[in-house]
Design a protein around this ligand. Sequence first.
Ligand SMILES: *Cc1c(COP(=O)(O)O)cnc(C)c1O
Length: 499
Amino acid sequence: MKYESTRGGTTPVSSAEAIKMGIAPDGGLFVPVEEVKLAQGQLADMREMSYQERAQSILSLFLTDFSAAEIVSCVGGAYTRDKFDNPRIAPLVKLRDKLHILELWHGPTCAFKDMALQILPHLLTTSVRKTGEEAEIVILVATSGDTGKAALEGFRDVPGTRIIVFYPDEGVSQIQERQMITQEGANVQVVAVKGNFDDSQNGVKAIFGDTGFGEELAHHGMKLSSANSINWGRLVPQIIYYISAYLDLWQAEEIREGEPMNVVVPTGNFGNILAAFYAREMGLPIKTLICAANTNNVLTDFINSGIYDRNRDFHKTISPSMDILISSNLERLLYEITDHDAEQVRDWMYQLQQSGHYQVDDVTRTRIQEVFWSDFATDEETMTTIRTVYQEYGYLLDTHTAVGTNVYEKYVKATGDATITVVASTASPFKFASSVAEAVLGDEVVGEKDEYSLLQLLSEVSNLAVPQGVRNLDTRPIRHTHKTDRHQMAAVVKELLGI
Ligand SMILES: *Cc1c(COP(=O)(O)O)cnc(C)c1O
């Protein structure tokens, strides 16, 4: 299987090359040249398998230039009991009849990003070796909060790599920031950028697009790569858990062979829901993909109208990992939905860059609406959902998963669809402790308490232990204090790399 750019400007490359490069040289994103399909009977064959075995089967369909031993070694290094606090890795929890929560946050940083970022360093170092690359790999990450920490944990002390994470100084929660600035590891750097996530992401994209910068790094024996979901190596591991969730439903006799399910995904950069789209393309019986947004509802408007318009106010919400106005992975969807029309995609992306706006044709809009449904939740609705779900089921949702659950209720109301549904749960409730505690305990109880005491309080009311990834954060030493302006990011990278 070869990978080509969504903008059509590069000759197809192997998956190892695509993963090593991160982003295509023409500024597009790598996608498989041909459709990848589950083989006849393959779902049934995977039914009894562990998560790790399922991961091996699915990855081998996409990473055809990797040997079986290489895939086994990558999977084996990532999804371990040491790193994940649940033996099923991505367990399903039944909330009520026909509604299941797919917990994707049992990894070391308590967010779903671990599902991909625990394996990406293995995929990347294998890719580097396979392609005979000798340069040191420099990973640049722009984070809305969760990617940064998950990437730091994944890449810390991985030989042959260095990692620099940029986060928006006004966009992350106290716990998210503390998780990052206390990060250990000899090859890691963390920098706060003035502004919001889009500022950080644009700054990183500009560095990737600067060929002079790349040449200067090459001169010093270094090469840039990306751990953001623009990297195919980030996206492909996310396909696994949708297939695994279906198999778990089937195993538990919640679903019959071939019966469809819906999937709800709290969405920001469109990476997670795009992985579900690929699972559907492979032949997994998924009926509708429900794209849940917060008040930064640019995707909801796009799916409903065909008009993408980032020219709008940016809202800081209680689901900060979804506070995004430019969803990079939408480019991959457009490419797939238009049957690989690179010229058209390039034109839309050019308009987006020039005016912050583009409109797809009716055929494309209709095709998208055949698969996707979208709505959004306000902060107030999100809080109400956390409270009612806790009262009715004794189950704690984090703010992002609550957006998903709220939008699911709206979907059912609007369509009457009773198809069995899986909500992707993207973070542990402990990671967004102050909002979750306020929703279930009220402001009087929460008062002026800091997030660290709220962790304790949440643990007491929920009878769940505070997860390792957020425990003792307040007493860990702060190791990173760099701050910069978005226009200075390239200079900061050079300074940190010592060139
Ligand atoms: C990253 C993240 C999201 C958004 O996922 P995308 O793949 O960017 O759409 C949602 N919730 C949480 C908790 C996240 O960390």
